[in-house]
Design a protein around this ligand. Structure first.
Ligand code: PXG
Length: 458
């Protein structure tokens, strides 16, 4: 931090910096919170307040802040070769080595990777690759990609189109042609009187209905997040993904697993598809591959697609300046080394994930809580007006935002998606730190309950 005061930073911020997903005028009135430094799972703002970061930056700082081996890897690589491209028949050693390591830690069908700098660019790559695959196979009419309402796949034209965020579609003429959506597997909202497991089958069959409506000969791929992240940590019923796999197989439709949030240990396996029991043809990744220390993303390309593109495809006219950026790849290698050495993925699966689930289950007793869900190191708390009837508050009351304000005020970063409060903390947390987070979450729920009662909304 330099010597400018918080107010001076805020003023310069609102004069020049247009923030992502932000009402610019509203933020200028209020002023940004300036984050100054971080260590382990904690942040400090410019006023010196300590904050427990239960969102891992933005679902990405899986190894926590301040890991020296990642910092050293970046400095060393920058000294040796900060950048060189991978076009024109050249390569750099960190990119080659990372491709090798990613093939090692991914499910066995993945032996090839295409690098990008973000998840959005990864999903743009998916659209181009999937369509190219069917072209090369002589089925150019297979163009349609099916996504899900309330899915999130990024903010580029293709990423936002694959996603099912209505607020994004209304701005900019989206989705682009030949992308369509089905309803999400959100039992709490859509399950009605069905059990979770029954609803999982119902929700998966919406894919089959859509494939038949579009015409199976026109459907190229289905894309989904193993657990919807930005949509509100929506963990699908256990029956959902196996049925989706069966349907994709039946119609020859490519299955794409968007692992941008679920990858690199978040669900207790290296990739979320392993937790959900699917065998995707393509996987998008970003965020946790470098624990967010430096931008990197990409697509793991399964053998079904790789074989066609390599053996029959000729030149694939797609790529980015920073595809295989050596410094980003060097940081990813250090990050994966650390995850492996500290056995982080197994710890999430066998210890921290189950412990988070156990502690979250206690929240069920809280009068405001209608549902809790966890998967590995992700959790959601659905705030409701009436538990027994699964009745939500009027959305216009923005109860989730009230709760989020209490979190801010009490040194906790938790996200609100509507009235669903979510966490995705660093995977290197201790049990004691989970306990510390739970104290804060309970306090904020109590403060929200008092406030909602005071306002006469209960
Ligand atoms: N796919 C998924 C599943 C994501 O969660 C992207 C793709 C796009 O990645 P990039 O690197 O292009 O941002 C994401 C990103 C939120 C939030 O509010 C979530 C994301 C990004 C920004 C905000 O939860 N996820």
């Amino acid at each position: 931090m330099s010597t400018r005061s918080t107010a001076e930073w805020q003023s310069a911020d609102s004069k020049h910096f247009l923030h992502p997903f932000t009402d610019f005028k509203g933020l200028a009135k209020k002023g940004s919170r300036i984050i100054a430094r971080a260590e382990n799972i904690y942040l400090w703002d410019s006023e010196g307040h300590k904050i427990l970061d239960a969102m891992s930056g933005l679902w990405c700082v899986n190894v926590g802040y301040g890991q020296q081996s990642l910092i050293d890897a970046a400095a060393k690589q920058m000294g040796e070769l900060p950048f060189y491209n991978a076009f024109f028949q050249t390569a750099t050693t960190p990119a080659i080595e990372l491709a090798e390591v990613l093939a090692e830690i991914s499910p066995p069908q993945f032996q090839h990777v295409f690098f990008t700098s973000s998840g959005s660019e990864g999903n743009d790559t998916i659209v181009r690759m999937v369509r190219r695959y069917w072209d090369v196979l002589g089925q150019p009419e297979r163009q349609v990609i099916i996504g899900r309402n309330n899915g999130y796949h990024g903010s580029t034209m293709a990423g936002a189109s694959l996603g099912g965020m209505s607020g994004m579609h209304v701005q900019g003429g989206l989705p682009i042609p030949n992308i369509t959506h089905i309803e999400q597997p959100h039992w709490f909202e859509l399950g009605g009187t069905q059990s979770r497991e029954e609803f999982g089958i119902t929700a998966a069959r919406w894919l089959e209905d859509k494939i038949l409506a579009v015409g199976p000969e026109r459907v190229a791929a289905f894309i989904g997040e193993p657990v919807q992240g930005a949509g509100g940590v929506i963990v699908p019923p256990s029956t959902y993904w196996p049925e989706i796999q069966r349907i994709c197989d039946k119609y020859g439709v490519l299955l794409v697993s968007d692992e941008v949030i679920c990858g690199f240990g978040r669900t207790g396996n290296w990739f979320g598809c392993e937790t959900m029991g699917t065998k995707p043809d393509l996987m998008t990744f970003a965020k946790g591959v470098t624990s967010g220390y430096i931008p990197l993303g990409g697509v793991m390309v399964g053998e079904r697609v790789a074989k066609v593109l390599i053996e029959q495809g000729g030149e694939f006219n797609h790529g980015f300046t920073y595809s295989g950026h050596p410094t980003a790849c060097a940081v990813a290698l250090a990050n994966i080394k650390l995850l492996r050495e500290q056995d982080v993925v197994r710890k999430v699966r066998e210890d921290l994930g189950p412990y988070l689930a156990q502690r979250f289950a206690e929240l069920n007793e809280h009068p405001l809580v209608g549902e809790i869900q966890t998967c590995g190191m992700m959790g959601a708390v659905q705030l409701v007006k009436d538990k027994a009837k699964r009745q939500c508050f009027d959305g216009a009351l923005e109860v989730g935002m009230l709760c989020r304000a209490h979190c801010f005020g009490n040194g906790l970063i938790m996200r609100a998606v509507g009235d669903r409060m979510i966490v995705a903390p660093p995977l290197v947390m201790t049990r004691a730190q989970i306990d510390e987070m739970m104290v804060l979450i309970k306090r904020c729920l109590d403060l929200t309950l008092d406030q909602v009662k005071g306002l006469g909304w209960l």
